[in-house]
Design a protein around this ligand. Structure first.
Ligand code: ADP
Ligand code: MG
Length: 341
């Protein structure tokens, strides 16, 4: 092989760095929806509306009633590695917010046309920034809270745009992300619209009602409550009876400290608890939330934070397994007791 002279090593321009990062953070429109919803929740919002156009590719606009962003900080919101959520390694190890990397908005702004309109409680009016952290901050009108408007995803990265699936498929992924997050937060109201039509609206309610709205009446009619604590661990939610099981694993919602996760260890623990009551080819349905001291779980494993790592995974596995098994056993005991002799 011909060895050519080395090419010069150059620092990449900021925009290109963000576009590379966007490849991980912004896989598709639903990833934008997830990041924006997590920001809205981290801002303490109780009312969130999600407007999508053309599966989110044309537009994703999320409006919340959270604490907003002060105008002097608006450019930083769009800057890479800038966050209000952590300031030190200790903060990172104890992180209780959904976000902390400070790269979502910068990544999104690198691959789409973004505007942020926001008003804090003490501001006389709203402020807006358009485009990137270089954009000017100008007075605007709007209610308390924040609207982040993301248009024309991947307009400047056509190679990525080609990987997008049909509008319906992308919309489906977006709607799934909304459902996942809405299930975790029945204390927040959500409105989802697509192409100008309201598709779903969930009022503030309790978890049982939110489950019924999102998982349907079949689950609502055949679920058992779980609520157990052991030391620093708490597991609560609902497990579906075998009659609520499915041929696909699409009724499984597991949250760790409010974060939807798909974790092998947790899926295994729940599955094992169902072993005696469910055929091997059926998938149990459940909505389970594990709460623990943030210091006992590492969420900094993957940019999308869908995987987590537990400090003591054996204890977590045992705890989840036994809690679910006990919930399931409780009914078989009652149904035996109630059965005619
Ligand atoms: P991260 O969430 O990891 O901090 P982001 O890029 O998602 O990073 O957001 C950057 C910052 O912008 C956040 O730390 C937060 O201070 C602010 N921010 C983003 N979205 C909102 C929102 N909806 N309401 C209030 N502040 C927001
Ligand atoms: Mg964020």
């Amino acid at each position: 092989p011909v060895i050519t002279a080395p090419r010069p090593i150059q620092a990449l321009p900021d925009q290109l760095i963000s576009q590379i990062a966007a490849g991980e953070v912004v896989e598709r429109p639903s990833a934008v929806v997830k990041e924006l919803l997590e920001n809205a929740l981290d801002a303490g919002s109780t009312q969130i509306s999600i407007r999508l156009e053309e599966g989110g590719v044309k537009r994703i606009a999320i409006t919340d009633n959270g604490r907003g962003i002060p105008p002097d900080q608006l450019p930083l919101a769009l800057a890479r590695h800038a966050t209000s959520k952590i300031a030190s390694l200790t903060d990172l190890e104890n992180v209780a917010t959904l976000g902390f990397r400070g790269e979502a908005l910068a990544s999104i702004a690198a691959v789409a046309a973004v505007s942020v309109t926001t008003r804090t409680a003490d501001a006389a009016h709203a402020w807006q920034i358009i485009g990137s952290h270089h954009g000017a901050v100008s007075p605007s009108s709007g209610a308390y809270g924040t609207t982040i408007d993301v248009q024309d995803l991947y307009f400047n990265t056509p190679a990525r745009r080609k990987f997008l699936k049909s509008e319906q498929t992308e919309y489906g992924h977006c709607a799934e992300v909304v459902r996942r997050i809405a299930l975790a937060r029945p204390d927040v109201s959500f409105t989802l619209s697509h192409n100008g039509k309201t598709v779903d609206h969930w009022n503030v309610c309790d978890l049982a009602k939110r489950c019924a709205h999102i998982l349907g009446s079949e689950f609502a009619a055949a679920r058992l409550p779980v609520d157990e604590c052991a030391g620093p661990l708490r597991l609560h939610g609902f497990v579906g009876l075998p009659t609520a099981s499915k041929a696909r694993a699409d009724g499984q919602f597991f949250y760790v400290n409010g974060r939807f996760v798909r974790d092998k260890l947790l899926v295994h623990a729940v599955r094992a608890a169902y072993q005696d009551v469910l055929h091997g080819d059926r998938f149990p349905s459940y909505v389970l939330a594990l709460e623990l001291d943030p210091a006992l779980v590492d969420v900094n494993v993957h940019p999308s934070k869908i995987e987590v790592r537990f400090r003591d995974s054996r204890t977590v596995h045992q705890f989840v397994f036994h809690a679910v098994q006990r919930a399931l056993a409780a009914t078989s005991a009652t149904s035996f007791a109630n059965a005619p002799a």
